[in-house]
Design a protein around this ligand. Sequence first.
Ligand code: TYM
Length: 338
Amino acid sequence: MTETTFTPRVFSGIQPSGDLHLGNYLGALKRFADAQDKGVQSIYCMVDLHAITVPQNPADLKRSTRELAAGFIASGVSPEKSILINQSQVPEHAQLAWIFNCVARMGWMGRMTQWKDKAGKNAEAASLGLFAYPALMAADILIYHATHVPVGEDQKQHLELTRDIAAKFNHDYGVDFFPITEPVIEGAATRVMSLRDGAKKMSKSDPSDASRINLTDDADTIAKKIRKAKTDPDALPSEVEGLKDRPEARNLVNIYAGLNDQTVEQVLADHGGQQFGTFKPALAELAVSKIAPISTEMARLMSDVTEIDRLLAHGAEQAREISAPILKKTYEIVGMVG
Ligand code: TYM
């Protein structure tokens, strides 16, 4: 079989299940804007069908989806340069997911750490959707034959599964139809940790609001959360090795590097030797200068939800021009009459 060359195309998604935080921004949103500006066709998605794998209040889900759209745009994702969509408005995602449910193996799903974390000890009570979640995620990506997926570190295992699903489909049907997607996990801040505990990921599900910086936080709140962030008593080292076994210090340096488009080495060259009493105000000033304008812009965009809905309807139309022919061809390969 000759190997097909797929046109480079970027896809990524975020769940509309609560406030966006600094981890989402540095691990994903900021990098989406960078990818889009490199001129590769990019599709960015609010994954509302993923969000309902755990219970959601319908009114909150609607608000969060629109707010997430505002967050994408305020972070620099342009609806003119990229295709911006809400997952349920492009039905081909769910349709391809069904096919992938029949390709993926139960054992693969059961090994997903996110499934184990979210289902906890009571897997019997978890939804079937939560178990099948990674097959839908594979469908999100492969319904566009996307070749590159920028994500944070925590999505790596799901992307490996996406590759396994594409390879198994291609193998089972003797085709070279789905690309083997490349995860793009780059930069200093692919795993932003909690501000209260350097061993825990910054996450929207953490009960402590002080553990994360939300993109909707105002300047004072951002500065206060950084001032109160957990640290150790030592000065910053001037070499990266000096951050070993100092998870909180490492996290704040990573955040600084991510926000300022620098490497950790560059940050330490400038700030090595400083006490946190000096470094934290510098970080707070940087964070406020980058995040506060996003929160202001999100609020402005949210004052006109009709415009957001119009943009999403337009995005769905553009997306379906790509997804519908790929679904049709998939059905043909599988043997559906139509
Ligand atoms: P979600 O909604 O949990 O997170 C969205 C993006 O933010 C990144 N992220 C982080 N990056 C660095 N540090 C953190 N603390 C942090 N927390 C979150 C995530 O890695 C992700 O890139 N399953 C996905 C959504 C999804 C998807 C897709 C992604 C559905 N279909 C297809 C890519 C392609 C999720 O739950 O992300």
